[in-house]
Design a protein around this ligand. Structure first.
Ligand code: NAP
Length: 327
């Protein structure tokens, strides 16, 4: 994984279990960090719980080209780092700890991590989504040793090698193009004969001499003994199976929301995303959600940041409207 280090001082002061926050934000991606910036500036007593990847998905992205204000694009890790620094600047307490459970049936709400229990009058859930996995033989065995969901982290290891990229969306194309910097050939395996990716990325991919496309095909197995040697693919139109030789496999087949711990506490839709209204309110008053964990449709950085801002402003309103809940 990417060795992502913050250059700004981290506030690793462990809060006391007795302290009740006005707001706890769960998740330190673009949505959570934007919520933190807004909450900090509104002087809301806020704790931000940042999980394993400070800065969220941008921290694992090569270049972000569509976030306004950066006409030349900006490297994802740098943007992530800037988000964190900005939240810290406004006095938000940041703790690097993963949430293991919540209790939204009591007030103040309870948030548990491996090492502590926290209480808060309001919560913003912004834990994002994680890469979907193929679920085929060989995937788990070689994960981190030839199978990856992060080209920015692992692409360097494939200098002059052949890699397979699975998927046909923006991520598969952007990361596939990134891999052409290192690999001698990038073979994109997609289950249809048309890409889902944005047109500009498609044009770049088709123009790149290192990119090859295997259409209408799914990966059935990742092959190898000690290291990955290839993938077995099946053509969905002909039913034929064949082997593509490769040294690495990068999987970009979409994301899944991280909502397991909220099942039974917040209303989820049939795909497991948190249901919110246009004010980012969830089914529990005082609990808001922002970013990819509640957005199966757009999943864009700028949208995640926007919903984080809305959630924080609604928290401010909620705390003003129901002061009896938190005094
Ligand atoms: P995505 O848009 O959901 O695309 C997933 C791709 O994987 C699709 O092509 C899909 O095929 C394929 N797929 C899904 N399940 C599969 C399976 N089990 N086996 C084989 N293939 C499978 O996901 P994404 O590319 O990660 O993008 C997620 C969101 O982030 C999108 O909204 C995207 O626009 C956004 N994003 C934006 C940027 C940017 O810079 N603008 C960068 C990255 C991501 P089908 O096409 O047949 O469904």
């Amino acid at each position: 994984m990417l060795d992502f280090k913050l250059t700004t001082p981290q506030r690793e002061v462990r809060p006391s279990d007795e302290e009740t926050y006005d707001l706890i934000i769960l998740g330190g991606g673009p949505a959570g960090l934007t919520a933190a910036i807004y909450a900090g500036r509104a002087r809301i007593h806020t704790l931000l719980l940042v999980g394993p990847l400070p800065g969220g998905q941008p921290a694992n992205t090569d270049v972000v080209e569509n976030f306004p204000g950066f006409p030349e694009g900006i490297e994802g890790p740098e943007l992530a780092q800037r988000f964190v620094a900005q939240a810290e600047r406004f006095g938000v307490q940041i703790v690097h700890d993963s949430v293991t459970g919540v209790d939204f049936s009591v007030r103040p709400f309870i948030v548990r991590t491996d090492s502590a229990t926290y209480r808060a009058h309001t919560v913003i859930v912004a834990m994002g989504a994680v890469p979907r996995r193929l679920g085929v033989p060989g995937e788990d065995r070689f994960f981190g040793r030839g199978v990856s969901t992060c080209a920015t982290c692992d692409g360097f290891f494939y200098r002059d090698k052949r890699v397979v990229v699975v998927g046909g969306g923006d991520s598969a194309i952007i990361e596939g193009l990134y891999l052409t910097r290192f690999a001698r050939e990038v073979i994109l395996v997609h289950r249809r004969d048309q890409l889902r990716a944005t047109q500009i990325y498609q044009e770049r991919a088709f123009a790149n001499p290192k990119m090859r496309f295997v259409w209408d095909s799914v990966v059935e197995e990742i092959l190898g003994e000690k290291t990955v040697t290839g993938v077995r693919v099946r053509n969905l139109k002909t039913g034929e199976s064949s082997v593509i030789e490769a040294d690495g496999v990068f999987i970009y087949i979409g994301m899944e929301p991280q909502t397991q711990i909220f099942a039974g506490q917040l209303e989820l839709n049939e795909r497991g995303y948190i249901v919110t209204d246009r004010y980012q309110r969830t089914s529990v008053p005082g609990v808001f959600a922002a970013g990819d964990i509640q957005d199966p449709r757009y999943r864009q950085l700028v949208v995640a940041a926007g919903t984080g801002a809305i959630a924080a402003m609604e928290v401010e309103r909620f705390l003003e409207m129901y002061p009896q809940n938190h005094q």
